[in-house]
Design a protein. Structure first.
Length: 365
């Protein structure tokens, strides 16, 4: 009633006539917590700002380290050492909102398959893959980025990589699906550590659906994933320690050029001083290409791996494969046999004609 007549009579008189305290008139229930609204960004370095969601990603990355069960106070010190200007109250709020307080760690569902052999012995490409995450400091933005790289153990080739503010399980799933499309992951053994991105239930379910075999290194044993760890050490000394990145795009451009150089130009002592691509192509150059009667491409190597495990274009800037059909041994031409005189019998005209016909059918199809 008071508010109805406030335009005609003063508020003081209306409150006096109705015996209502003036403070009660203006009182209303606050819809949320009192005080200032929480900030949406955090200062990093001297003049940089990052969204709080990226700070939460940084906290997740720290908690994913072996044995790390930090509470909000120790996490505050850790973030401050990374040049975040943040206090323990804000860290507590971010960890609480993201369900990252002690006791809220990711729980692994089901059993993990641990590695049986510390050293991997790969006899062909796409038999063993290993992957790991590396921190990359971008000076121009005063912050860390995360690089995930996947290596073929046999050739030491980097099959794919990403550089992002954070690496989540969805990123791992996307890379695995890409690898399956380009190479095929059926029967491939994939070795990784116990990062939260790799032990996630969805990641393991996707790899199981792709018929890949995932195995985990034991806690605090980086030597069980030595190949990718060695690559990261090489990248650190040859690229990261020698450059100061002004931005994310600058870092990505340098890493892209380095990956191309590493795959196509850098000689590797562990593979007879060949480049990773030379090792990869050398294996497949020894595989005879044949054609089936149906004209479909198959592979006669790698234990029945699909056609996607094959040769690539030698001028691939990002190390991403360009597919060339690799065919099976099921319809190889008969190999000429030695005669008593020591010479080889030539293939008869009918065999040659059959081969030409198959080639024409394959190309025409």
């Amino acid at each position: 009633m008071i508010m109805r007549y406030r335009d005609k009579v003063s508020i003081d008189k209306l409150c006096k006539w109705t015996d209502v305290a003036k403070s009660s008139l203006y009182y209303h229930v606050h819809p949320g917590p009192r005080g200032m609204k929480p900030s949406t960004h955090t200062v990093i370095g001297n003049c940089g700002f990052v969204e709080n969601s990226l700070v939460a990603d940084q906290i997740r990355a720290i908690l994913s380290m072996d044995y790390c069960v930090y509470g909000y106070r120790k996490m505050t010190k850790e973030l401050q050492e990374l040049e975040y200007r943040i206090n323990h109250k804000k860290v507590y709020r971010l960890m609480k909102e993201s369900h990252l307080l002690s006791g809220k760690r990711i729980q692994v569902q089901g059993k993990r398959k641990w590695v049986k052999h510390r050293r991997i012995e790969a006899g062909r490409p796409m038999e063993y893959l290993c992957l790991d995450i590396k921190y990359v400091w971008v000076q121009g933005e005063n912050r860390w980025y995360y690089q995930l790289a996947i290596m073929d153990v046999f050739s030491r080739r980097i099959l794919c990589w990403i550089l992002q503010p954070s690496v989540r399980q969805t990123d791992v799933i996307a890379l695995m699906r890409w690898l399956d499309l380009r190479f095929g992951l059926k029967g491939v053994i994939i070795r990784n550590d116990n990062g939260s991105q790799f032990i996630a239930r969805k990641v393991r379910e996707v790899l199981q659906s792709l018929e890949a075999k995932q195995e985990f290194t034991h806690v605090a044993t980086p030597e069980e994933n030595a190949y990718i760890e060695a690559f990261h050490s090489i990248e650190q000394s040859e690229l990261i320690n020698r450059h100061s990145f002004s931005s994310y795009y600058d870092a990505r451009q340098h890493i892209e050029k380095y990956m191309h150089w590493y795959n196509f130009r850098r000689k590797h002592g562990a593979i007879d001083f060949m480049t990773p691509m030379q090792k990869w192509e050398d294996f497949y150059s020894k595989t005879l290409f044949i054609f089936t009667l149906s004209g479909e491409a198959e592979t006669g190597n790698a234990g029945g791996q699909p056609v996607r495990n094959n040769l690539t274009n030698g001028d691939d800037r990002q190390g991403m494969p360009q597919i060339i059909p690799c065919l099976s041994e099921s319809s190889l031409l008969p190999i000429p046999q030695k005669t008593q005189s020591g010479s080889y019998d030539a293939l008869n005209e009918q065999s040659v004609a059959n081969l030409v016909e198959k080639i024409v059918q394959f190309i025409g199809g």
